[in-house]
Design a protein around this ligand. Sequence first.
Ligand code: C2E
Ligand code: MG
Ligand code: MG
Ligand code: MG
Length: 285
Amino acid sequence: SVLRHAIQNATARELRRTSHRAELAIDATALSDALERSDVYVHYQPKADIRTGIVRGVEALARWTHPTLGPIPPDLFIPLAERSQLIHRLTIDVMNQAMLQNAAWRARGLHLPVAINLSPTLLERADLALEISSLQQCHGLTPDHIVVEITESSLVTRVGTALSVLAQLRLRGFGLSIDDYGTGFSSMQQLARIPFTELKIDRSFVRGAPERESLQVILRSAIDMANRLGLVTVAEGVETLQEWRMLQEFGCTLGQGWLIARPMAGDDLIGWMKQHRVQAAQLRA
Ligand code: C2E
Ligand code: MG
Ligand code: MG
Ligand code: MG
């Protein structure tokens, strides 16, 4: 365990160093080139039923592997994309890839809703819902197989166009998810104005909750509230079986995290699902 800890620390240090190097070296031109060269691709992380362990959907997460710097973390290049107007291109690219992948899975008998992260800046585009609808129709998918995730912290300052875009997305039949719930300061009143279908509780409330009663109180009440509002509840960042069991007890709907799987390439998902059946049996309540 001491050794594992040392390795984890070293990995974290290396990651920070890489991030730092990348931070200095990447800019809008590099990202634009990457989009051009298809260096930006998508990995998928399963969302699993808390009671049975069965996979109910996946989240699409953008990945960028730079030819010399290697992998660039999304926490670096997403803000860069937002600052440099490249976020629209990036998002459409991610959506296209995710929808293509979804159609490929479907052809192999796997029907899984896919969630796509949406930057708050895109909610200023009045035609966004129409654009996503067109993409979805092009790929022959139904809207109920697509979920849009928006971070809670981004909702606070949004008005007018953003609210209308979210309402349009819901009217068109897409799922609407509040991401990283608990990290923003949105009021219940604000949340109630938007027709959300899902609430994802930020992983900072899940990590270490089995040992901290205050986190348990927050988790339990967030799950209760969302369940009563008829929302699907998702716990992010579940890493241990203990956390999983606790969420089971609290009545959470879905769990996502390294305990189930790390984000993976689309082609690997079907093979992973077969193998996961064995693990799922152990996750059952
Ligand atoms: P997010 O949407 O909240 O995604 C969850 C993040 O937590 C992912 O990080 C995922 O790899 C990580 N994660 C999942 N399970 C665990 C776990 O058990 N433990 C730990 N420590 N981490 C876990 P990732 O892929 O680095 O993405 C970071 C953020 O970047 C995302 O947070 C999302 O806000 C943003 N992002 C990623 N792809 C896109 C995209 O295509 N568009 C936009 N707008 N944002 C994106
Ligand atoms: Mg997300
Ligand atoms: Mg999240
Ligand atoms: Mg997050």
